[in-house]
Ligand binder design. Structure first.
Ligand SMILES: *Cc1c(COP(=O)(O)O)cnc(C)c1O
Length: 365
């Protein structure tokens, strides 16, 4: 691409080095790379939605405060709907926090490894992004985060809990200590909390802290990655600010309706989440056995719907290339692999391919 066309435009300097997000190329019958739910919309939910969708006035703008779906979300998690604001995916909140709550030159603290979007949006909007590395066992204490907040004098700290990509978590008790000991904004991205435990969630604490924002998404446990629906939860003052700075019609009518219908079937949602947790536990156990038998790297006990697998040398690349040839997409992250827990049959197929990989590899040496 000839980016010199930008030379005469009075735009931001850094644009030339940016590249559009490159989605996975080729077709993969088994997708274990994006931590989506393996459940498609349950039949009775699909039926409810299709009955109601014809009554939507799509010639009109959506409800700017997404009242119905915010109430559905709040009821599902047992919180006050006044503290909830919906968005076009929780990614939108990360962008709004970096561009609207913070300003150019402010310092944003992130952790490493963690979700790459924090750094991306931070840098895009001209924040100073400081990065605190986790320990060699991939854990990090709340005390270490608090110390880094003080040392960097950051305006905000953001991290996922439980973490993408490590699948490890920081307990609620520890995070309460962090919240009390720092003055900066603390953004806790709970995209995968449904797979750990609501006991570890900070949702019930939103009202108790001036500096706490929690992000949740419908893209993972709720099974609506295609609908782009996220939520920010914070005290009333922060909520008013978020509602003031977001674009008014950020959450479209179709997604609002779909989310409302989905949250009106809480039992169905809970059943899906429990099944995914069981699938995750089974997958971890099977992969752990494989790791013990082959001596390939190390897997970490997962709290999310995916497993983090640290590997040596070029193995992550070799394995993901090998599974890709069999139509299975995994996510390579440096020298590690992040693998979503798929359905039982997807897991079975993956393990067969991994066994094959081992045979081929042994044959070579
Ligand atoms: C998947 C994911 C999200 C979800 O983003 P959406 O825009 O709501 O799809 C947010 N944070 C983390 C850490 C994630 O892994």
């Amino acid at each position: 691409m000839d980016m010199d066309l930008l030379n005469d435009l009075p735009l931001r300097d850094s644009l030339k080095s940016l590249e559009p997000y490159a989605p996975l190329e080729g077709s993969y019958p088994i997708r274990l790379d994006a931590n989506e739910s393996y459940f498609s919309l349950p039949e009775k939910i699909a039926k409810d939605f299709s009955e109601q969708v014809s009554q939507l006035n799509l010639n009109r703008y959506p409800d700017p405060y997404a009242v119905e779906v915010s109430k559905g979300f709040a009821d599902f998690y047992g919180i006050n709907t006044d503290l909830v604001t919906a968005s076009n995916g929780s990614d939108e909140w990360i962008s709004i926090i970096c561009s609207g709550l913070l300003q150019h030159g402010d310092t944003l603290l992130t952790l490493a490894p963690d979700f790459s979007m924090y750094r991306f949006y931070g840098q895009l909007y001209g924040l100073k992004v400081e990065c605190l590395s986790k320990d060699s066992d991939l854990n990090i204490s709340a005390e270490a985060i608090a110390e880094a907040c003080r040392k960097t004098k950051c305006n905000a700290v953001i991290f996922s809990n439980p973490c993408n990509p490590t699948s490890l978590g920081i307990g609620k008790k520890e995070l309460l200590v962090l919240l009390k000991s720092v003055k900066c904004l603390v953004v806790v991205d709970e995209a995968y909390m449904d797979f750990w435990s609501e006991e570890e969630s900070l949702l019930q604490e939103a009202e108790n802290f001036p500096n706490l924002l929690i992000l949740r998404t419908c893209s993972k446990a709720i099974g609506l990655a295609g609908a782009r629906l996220g939520f920010a939860v914070g005290n009333r003052a922060l909520t008013q600010v978020l509602r003031a700075i977001k674009s008014p019609y950020n959450t479209n009518s179709l997604s609002q309706l779909l989310g409302t219908v989905v949250f009106s079937h809480p039992e169905c949602l809970k059943t899906c989440i429990e099944e995914i947790k069981t699938a995750r536990n089974n997958f971890y156990k099977t992969l752990q056995e494989y790791v013990q038998n082959t001596g390939y790297g190390k897997v970490y006990a997962p709290l999310t719907n995916f497993v983090y697998w640290e590997l040596e040398g070029n193995l992550a690349q070799e394995i993901s290339d090998f599974t890709a040839d069999s139509g299975i997409a995994l996510r390579k992250m440096g020298s590690a692999l992040r693998i979503t827990a798929g359905s039982a049959s997807e897991q079975e197929t993956l393990m067969k391919v991994l066994q094959n990989f081992y045979k081929v590899k042994k044959g070579e040496s």
